[in-house]
Design a protein around this ligand. Structure first.
Ligand SMILES: Cc1ncc(COP(=O)(O)O)c(C=O)c1O
Length: 383
C-alpha cells in the first residue's frame, strides 16, 4: 500500500527529469574518482583546499582517533561535556573572531538546531530566497513568521524591513551561496543592519577555510552568528556555530539537535584544532584555488557558456533538467565528473552543472574540462 504510493511519487519525479540517483564511487584518489571502472577528475567536490585527501590531515586524524577512541556515545547533556571539545570550540571562536562556538554533527543539524531554537511564533525572520535547505527547514520548524527576499537583493531586503518594522527581526543569508556561487554584498548588508538593527545569521559554509584572510571567511563585519561546516574546505565532517557571549548556554537549553543527539567525539575536537593550524598556513592553496577558479570561469565565458560564480563554485546554466543530466553523463564518459543541480535545489527550469573547483586542480584539468564540454554538442547546451 505505502510502497505503491512511494512508487507513484518516484515516477512523477522521473517524468519531470528530477529523479535523483547518485552515481556510485568506487574510490577517491586525490583529485580523481573511480566510478564505473573509469578514472575521472572530480569537479563535484566541496573539499576546496584538498585537505580531505592530504596525508598530513589523514595522519593527524588517525592519531587522534587512536588516542581518544571512536565515539562520545551520547549527547553532552546525557553523559558529560568533554573539556577538550569546549577547548576546541573556544579555539574556533577566537580564530574566527567571535565570543563562543558550538560544534554540531553536521551543518544541516547546525542550521536546524540554531534557527529552531532562536525563533518562535510571533518572531520575524527575513531570509534570502536562495539560502540552504537546512535553514529553510529550521525556519519551518521554529513556527516563526517568515518573509523571503529576492536573492542577494539588499533593496528588496530593505523593503521587507520597512514593511515589517519589527525591531527584533532576524535576517538569514549566506556569504558565498552554495548553488549560485555568488557573494553577499557584505558592506551593503552591514549598512542595512546598522540602519534596521536586525540580528544576522550568516552561513559561511562555503567560505570558511577558502576565503578571507587566513580562511576566516567574508562576513565577520556583518554577522552576529555564523555557521561553518567541517565538511567542505576543512576536509572533515561536522559543523560549528560561532556565537556572541551567552548563546552557547542558550543552545544547550533550547536546541533539540544539540540536546538529543550524540555529540562528536573528542578525537573530532582534537582534529578540529589540528585543522585550524593547517588552515592558518594554507595561503598557497587559497591562492591556487583562486587562480584555477578564475581560469575556469574566464575559459567558459570565452567559449560562450553562461556561467556564474564569484569564486570556487561555478554555476554553468543548462536550464532543462533532463539535458543537465545527460550532459553530466556525457562528461563523465569523457573523464570529467560534474553533477547537475536541479529543482528544488535550484529553481525549476534553471538546472545547472555545479562546478566545484579545488586547489588540487591544474590549468590542464581546466582545459580538459572545457574541451570535453565543447565536444558534448553545443546545441545541447543551447537547447
Ligand atoms: C550553505 C550550506 N549550509 C549548510 C550545509 C550543510 O552542511 P553539512 O554538509 O555539514 O551538513 C550545506 C551543505 O551543502 C551548505 O551548502
Amino acid at each position: 500500500m505505502f510502497k505503491e504510493k512511494f512508487k507513484i511519487r518516484l515516477s512523477h519525479k522521473s517524468r519531470a527529469g528530477l529523479f535523483r540517483s547518485p552515481p556510485e564511487i568506487d574510490k577517491r584518489d586525490g583529485k580523481y574518482l573511480v566510478t564505473g571502472k573509469k578514472r575521472v577528475i572530480n569537479f563535484a567536490s566541496n573539499d576546496y583546499l584538498g585537505l580531505g585527501v592530504s596525508d598530513e590531515l589523514k595522519r593527524k586524524v588517525s592519531d587522534n582517533f587512536m588516542k581518544y577512541g571512536t565515539s562520545s556515545s551520547s549527547s553532552r547533556l546525557v553523559s558529560g561535556n568533554y573539556s577538550l571539545i569546549n577547548r576546541a570550540e573556544k579555539r574556533y571562536a577566537v580564530y574566527f573572531g567571535y565570543d563562543d562556538a558550538v560544534f554540531f554533527p553536521s551543518g544541516y543539524q547546525a542550521n536546524i538546531g540554531i534557527i529552531s531554537a532562536f525563533f518562535r511564533k510571533g518572531d520575524t525572520v527575513i531570509f534570502d530566497k536562495h539560502i540552504h535547505a537546512s535553514s529553510v527547514k529550521g525556519i519551518m520548524l521554529s513556527g516563526t513568521g517568515f518573509y523571503g527576499y529576492n536573492h542577494n537583493s539588499i533593496s528588496h531586503l530593505t523593503k521587507r524591513l520597512e514593511a515589517k518594522k519589527d525591531k527584533r527581526a532576524a535576517v538569514l543569508t549566506e556569504s558565498l551561496f552554495s548553488m549560485d556561487g555568488d557573494f553577499l554584498d557584505v558592506s551593503a548588508f552591514k549598512k542595512a543592519k546598522e540602519r534596521y538593527c536586525f540580528m544576522s545569521i550568516i552561513d559561511e559554509a562555503h567560505a570558511f577555510g577558502a576565503l578571507g584572510e587566513k580562511g576566516r571567511g567574508l562576513a565577520r563585519d556583518a554577522a552576529d552568528i555564523a555557521v561553518g561546516t567541517f565538511g567542505k574546505s576543512l576536509g572533515f565532517f561536522g559543523a560549528f556555530v560561532l556565537l556572541p557571549e551567552g548563546m552557547k548556554e542558550y543552545l544547550f537549553n533550547f536546541s533539540s539537535p544539540l540536546i538529543y543527539s550524540t555529540t562528536l567525539p573528542e578525537a573530532h575536537a582534537a582534529s578540529a584544532i589540528d585543522i585550524l593550524d593547517i588552515i592558518s598556513r594554507s595561503e598557497d592553496k587559497r591562492g591556487h584555488l583562486r587562480k584555477v577558479s578564475r581560469l575556469m570561469k574566464e575559459g567558459l565565458i570565452s567559449e560562450g557558456y553562461d556561467v556564474r560564480g564569484d569564486a570556487h563554485i561555478l554555476a554553468l546554466l543548462i536550464g532543462d533538467e533532463q539535458q543537465a543530466v545527460s550532459i553530466s553523463e556525457e562528461l563523465i564518459k569523457k573523464g570529467i565528473f560534474v553533477l547537475p543541480a536541479r529543482y528544488p535545489t535550484v529553481p525549476a527550469g534553471r538546472a545547472i552543472l555545479r562546478i566545484g573547483m579545488t586547489a588540487l586542480h591544474t590549468a590542464e584539468d581546466v582545459e580538459h574540462f572545457i574541451n570535453s564540454l565543447k565536444q558534448v554538442k553545443k546545441s545541447d547546451l543551447c537547447g
